[in-house]
Design a protein around this ligand. Structure first.
Ligand code: HEM
Length: 419
């Protein structure tokens, strides 16, 4: 039994990545929302356990009260970090205001709706190329051919790094985010000893390659100035706003966060539309519905399943006593199916209104920096893909990533008839 409730959590281990391979265990989250919305979840040593927050309203409350639920005093993942690790792995994600604001301001404007809107024509051009190449094949795996290709190519454009680097950047992202899946990483965190990489993001040795790449790109901009994200980070560093480690961590955060998450959104969106042919048809008949569909696809996908905060003081949530230092894990994947917020939450409905999902966070200081970019990419992808499709069907089941953090699809075999 767990603290303060009568739910037996030995039936529902939210930590074991194996429990997400077949499907998201929505039935567990539903039970938790109903019977134990704030519950102490034990964890294997060396971790000490965490409060699992599964209701929408509570997730919002935690994220808005950053003074009580800090991003800085612990980490934002399940892994418990000591002071050295925290220092060496720190990004804006792991800071509280006011330092957080300083870090975020370095490139906030470049990711605003207007900032990313400037790339719309370019993004569309790349999308068309990638889609046409894939559709010619007739039968293909949607992930490597389409969803994995696009976000990284957009990031290459925004970072003005060579498009030829895209495959390498994809592999690095896979290895870091896929650090619980043997298909992507040789250093699977819960299966092999990763102590040597303890000071790197995701405990991934690949982070070192990403760091070297970031430094090389920055140095190139010293020789030949550019107006891009990497140059902005370089300037911030030269002005003393970032140290060397913060610079490389910043780059890695943008590259990894911007690539993997959007990919999975696009794949889940395609999978959901194939599974709901009436909605696919409606979107094809009326493309003006696509922006609303992107919101529903985002809710449906919820690629980031949780983040964590650490309590800075003793407090109470739904009658549970949370103590200073406790880990508090907010489950977006559950909040986005909360029946108190979303009518018929397990129904994929491209016209859902309102649709205040928390896929990019509920607001508050850490609201996803890349939300505008991710939505722009997803919208353009479906605007260009759907008119080119006469039909699309699965030729096998979607294969899911082994991860308790990312709701990822790694393979989606399809057959298409172009329009
Ligand atoms: C569908 C795609 C994406 C999803 C689902 C997603 C999700 C999230 C979530 C849940 C957060 C934390 C929100 C919170 O704590 O309240 C976040 C933060 C962040 N995201 Fe995204 N993200 C996506 C795309 C991107 C892209 C394209 C980029 C940029 C290239 C990006 C960069 C970031 C950064 C830098 C943060 C940290 C913000 C901060 O701490 O202030 N994300 N994202």
């Amino acid at each position: 039994m767990s603290v303060g409730t009568r739910i037996d959590l030995s039936r529902m281990d939210l930590v074991n990545p194996d429990n997400y391979v077949q499907a998201i265990p929505h039935e567990w989250f539903e039970e938790l929302r109903r019977d134990a919305p704030v519950i102490w979840h034990p964890e294997p040593a060396p971790n000490k356990g965490f409060w699992a927050i599964t209701r929408y309203e509570d997730l919002v409350a935690v994220h808005m009260d950053w003074q009580t639920y800090s991003s800085e005093t612990g980490a934002v993942g399940l892994e418990e970090l000591d002071a050295e690790q925290l220092e060496l792995r720190k990004t804006m994600l792991e800071t509280d205001p006011p330092r957080h604001r300083e870090l975020r301001n370095i490139c906030n404007k470049r990711f605003s709706a207007r900032g990313v809107g400037a790339y719309e024509a370019f993004i569309r051009e790349i999308a068309v190329k990638v889609i046409d190449r894939a559709l010619e094949k007739g039968e293909f795996d949607f992930v490597p051919e389409i969803s994995r290709e696009l976000p990284i190519r957009f990031l290459c454009a925004i970072f003005t790094v060579p498009q030829d680097d895209a495959p390498m950047l994809i592999d690095w992202g896979d290895a870091m985010i896929g650090n619980q899946d043997p298909e992507f990483s040789a250093a699977v965190v819960d299966q092999v000893d990763t102590e040597a990489y303890r000071n790197l993001q995701f405990r991934s040795p690949v982070a070192l390659e990403v760091f070297e790449y970031a430094k090389r790109q920055r140095d190139l901009r010293l020789e030949e100035p550019q107006d891009d994200v990497i140059a902005a980070l370089g300037v911030a560093q030269s002005e003393g706003a970032l140290n060397e480690r913060e610079f490389v961590n910043y780059f890695a955060l943008l590259m990894i966060a911007g690539n993997e998450t959007t990919r999975h959104t696009i794949t889940h969106g395609m999978d959901a539309l194939i599974g709901n042919p009436d909605q696919l048809r409606r979107l094809q008949e009326d493309p003006s519905l696509i922006p609303a569909a992107v919101e529903e696809i985002s809710r449906w996908a919820t690629p980031v399943m949780h983040f964590r905060r650490t309590a800075t003081r003793d407090t109470e949530l739904r009658g549970q006593r949370i103590r200073a230092g406790d880990k508090v894990v907010t489950w977006y994947i559950s909040a986005n199916r909360d029946e108190d917020t979303f009518a018929d939450p397990y129904r994929f409905d491209i016209t859902r209104r309102p649709n205040e999902h928390v896929t990019f966070g509920p607001g508050g200081p850490h609201f996803c920096l890349g939300a505008h970019l991710a939505k722009l990419e997803t919208r353009i992808l479906f605007q260009e893909l759907l008119p080119r499709l006469r039909s699309i069907e699965l030729t096998g089941p979607a294969q899911r990533m082994r991860s308790n953090f990312v709701n990822g699809i790694k393979h989606l075999p399809v057959t298409v008839r172009p329009a």
